[in-house]
Ligand binder design. Structure first.
Ligand code: T4K
Length: 375
């Protein structure tokens, strides 16, 4: 241990951004006059319109959280049978597929992007396959062009879990423009949030009435219920939080980028830590800072050592979803995902982390790897 590098206060993996208190209270004032608290209120409508503009997408719908949005996205496509997906994701992705009565089929991932490996997808396609559910893990875009080609060739739908990818652009296009439908999480732990919240983006406007109905019990008019829906509506207090946070989005992402650069300035001099590279055709959101160590042993030791320095890193995503006891799967079929999941650690990343703290965390890792830890 290097006592000089110990943080006085714990540094969590993430810390929600809050807008200025006065701005939030001002924004929610009107709710008291209107007495309109949820069910497509005026703040909800304003928020939706502003998000379509921010994400450069033609259409969007808001939901109470990302997970229910994802379930509704899958349901709206009327899928059957099997859905090819990645095991290197948060439980939500796989549970959403299963909760819709579909079977998740686990495909291996690409070592560089940590996303589903498009070259592995076709070997999993059977007569039962109806869709590909890919995840832009940690905000890095999937190879959307290859996935699109495979989907077209086999007549499959494409759903993107873009939970981590708010504000990300690929070749100048908002990432929510790819596939049939994309889901963004607006949870408190994300780059941009509305306390809890979810957003679906899509290019086909004929989806809108169905999505609106599915989040409101399947009701399509005062006297008709055409779908077996649920309650997944965003309320006005969530929308108000989102509207306030939206004003500071660019500054928040810039602050994250400064922390990212501070980490990189140390790690780029080290061979024993791998971090995700940026790409010139991608506008990043710096949502997470994952690093990969040379073995599970080193990763696990580093996780414990960092705690002693008061740095609360997280093993996102370990265990792999195909190692969950609730899924009858086998992670030895996805060896790259297994290797990544065993060696990954997400370091603190949030808008007020600051470059000084990020550099200090990187220096702790440099110091400990150089000093003691063996593979
Ligand atoms: N798909 C993917 C790929 C996802 O990653 C997620 C969610 C979803 C779908 C579903 O979207 P949502 O339905 O959540 O909108 C957290 C988040 O709860 C979850 O949203 C996120 N992914 C996942 C990757 O991370 P946990 O279980 O790690 O959360 P927790 O409570 O341990 O919090 C993480 C850190 O944040 C802690 O250090 C504490 C800090 N924190 C958290 C909250 C909620 C705070 O300081 N304040 C807070 O209010 O899942």
């Amino acid at each position: 241990m290097n006592p000089q590098l110990i943080f006085e206060q714990a540094v969590p993996v993430t810390k929600p951004k809050l807008p200025k208190y006065a701005n939030y209270t001002e924004t929610i004032k009107g709710i008291w006059n209107r007495r309109w608290l949820t069910n497509d209120g005026p703040l909800h409508q304003e928020f939706k319109t502003k998000l379509e503009r921010t994400l450069k997408v033609p259409f969007a719908e808001l939901f109470t959280n990302g997970h229910l949005a994802l379930e509704i996205a899958i349901k709206s496509l009327g899928l059957k049978g099997e859905v090819i997906t990645t095991p290197f994701t948060f439980a939500s992705t796989i549970h959403a597929i299963s909760n819709c009565g579909l079977t998740p089929v686990f495909c291996d991932i690409d070592r560089e992007t940590l996303n589903i490996d498009p070259d592995e997808i076709e070997k999993h396609i059977t007569s039962e396959t109806s869709a590909i559910a890919a995840v832009h893990v940690f905000g890095t875009p999937c190879n959307v062009y290859k996935i699109e080609k495979i989907a077209q060739k086999h007549g499959l739908k494409v759903i993107y879990d873009a939970a981590h990818a708010f504000g990300v652009e690929l070749d100048g296009k908002g990432i929510g423009n790819f596939g049939d439908i994309s889901m963004f999480s607006l949870h408190a732990t994300k780059v941009f949030h509305s306390i809890e919240g979810g957003l679906l983006t899509f290019s086909d406007d004929s989806f809108s009435p169905k999505l609106k109905a599915l989040k409101n019990f399947g009701i399509t008019s005062p006297e008709s219920v055409d779908y077996i829906g649920t309650n997944a509506k965003m309320n006005e207090f969530q929308a108000a939080m989102g509207l306030c946070n939206l004003e500071e989005l660019q500054a928040d992402i810039a602050a994250r980028e400064a922390a990212y650069q501070a980490y990189v300035s140390v790690f780029q001099e080290m061979d024993s830590v791998r971090f995700l590279q940026g790409y010139s055709n991608i506008k990043a959101n710096y949502s997470y800072f994952p690093v990969l160590f040379e073995s599970k042993n080193v990763r696990d030791q580093m996780f414990e050592i960092l705690k002693k320095y008061n740095v609360l890193a997280r093993k996102y995503f370990y265990p792999l979803c195909n190692d969950f006891s609730c899924y009858n799967a086998d992670s030895s079929n996805t060896p790259v995902a297994k290797e990544v999941s065993d060696s990954v650690l997400c370091l603190p990343m949030f808008s007020d982390l600051g470059d000084v703290k990020a550099r200090q965390i990187a220096e702790i890792i440099n110091y400990e790897l150089g000093d003691k830890i063996g593979g």
